[in-house]
Design a protein around this ligand. Structure first.
Ligand code: SF4
Ligand code: SF4
Length: 228
């Protein structure tokens, strides 16, 4: 058997930039049907990891680089989750990869959800804290990260949760062109309808809005800020 530190080192060696561990008991507020044990009944720990997203994509006039990186990074996250599971199974730890970019419609809350919330898993595992804009903010890379997770059946030493980074300045709320952040929980359909879709002129699917991410004073973190 391997311990928490070795598991995290393994995730980093596979390409993750951050990794933390959450006790499955910290998911008591997960919506019905989207708890880690709804996916893997014998789950004891959730391994959360993040990969950096190049900050330069926020400063482009074109939406193509941001969209392209997002499409590439989700494949990278899925590959890391898969490889991590295989490595853990070599140590007799049964584990399951959570898809990075696959959502189910939840009738109860009328929104699309990943089979477990990657953001809440990352917060529970001490990677960062969820801001008012509904994105995870990490001290190292701000909200410029993509998230992945692996469920596992071994009890692993959990990481401590971080203190909130978002200071509720409301800039993200005010800049949203469709008022999708008016309520405490993001209006997913309003946001997605505006931000995602086809650019008919260029015949390409693209992400046309990330203004709430851009405006946040902590979007590049509080430890590794890059001037542009
Ligand atoms: S991505 Fe754009 S549309 Fe969606 S919440 Fe942020 S600012 Fe609003
Ligand atoms: S812009 Fe302000 S309110 Fe919005 S997430 Fe960032 S710190 Fe929080």
């Amino acid at each position: 058997m391997i311990d928490s530190k070795q598991v995290k080192n393994l995730a980093i060696s596979l390409g993750a930039d951050l990794c933390g561990i959450a006790d499955v008991k910290s998911f008591s507020e997960a919506p019905k049907g989207f708890h880690p044990t709804d996916v893997l009944p014998s789950c004891k720990s959730v391994i959360s990891f993040a990969c950096r997203f190049p900050a330069g994509t926020l400063f482009c006039n074109s939406s193509i680089p941001y969209t392209r990186v997002r499409n590439s990074i989700t494949a990278k996250m899925d590959a890391i989750a898969l490889d991590l599971c295989i490595e853990l199974e070599k140590h007799q730890i049964l584990s399951v990869p959570i898809p990075t970019n696959e959502s189910l419609w939840d009738n109860d809350t009328e929104r699309y959800r990943s089979i477990i919330s990657l953001k809440h898993a990352a917060q529970a595992a001490g990677l960062g804290t969820i801001g008012r804009h509904s994105l995870l903010i990490t001290p190292e890379f701000g909200s410029m990260v993509w998230l992945g997770a692996v469920l596992c059946c071994q009890e692993l030493e959990p990481d401590e949760q971080k203190e909130p980074i978002c200071d509720l300045c409301q800039r993200c709320v005010e800049i949203c062109p469709v008022n999708a952040l008016e309520q405490q929980e993001i209006n997913q359909l309003k946001c997605w309808e505006y931000a995602f879709g086809n650019d008919d002129k260029r015949q390409v699917w693209r992400i046309a809005c990330h203004r709430c991410r851009d405006i946040c004073p902590y979007n590049l973190g509080i430890q590794n800020f890059i001037e542009c």
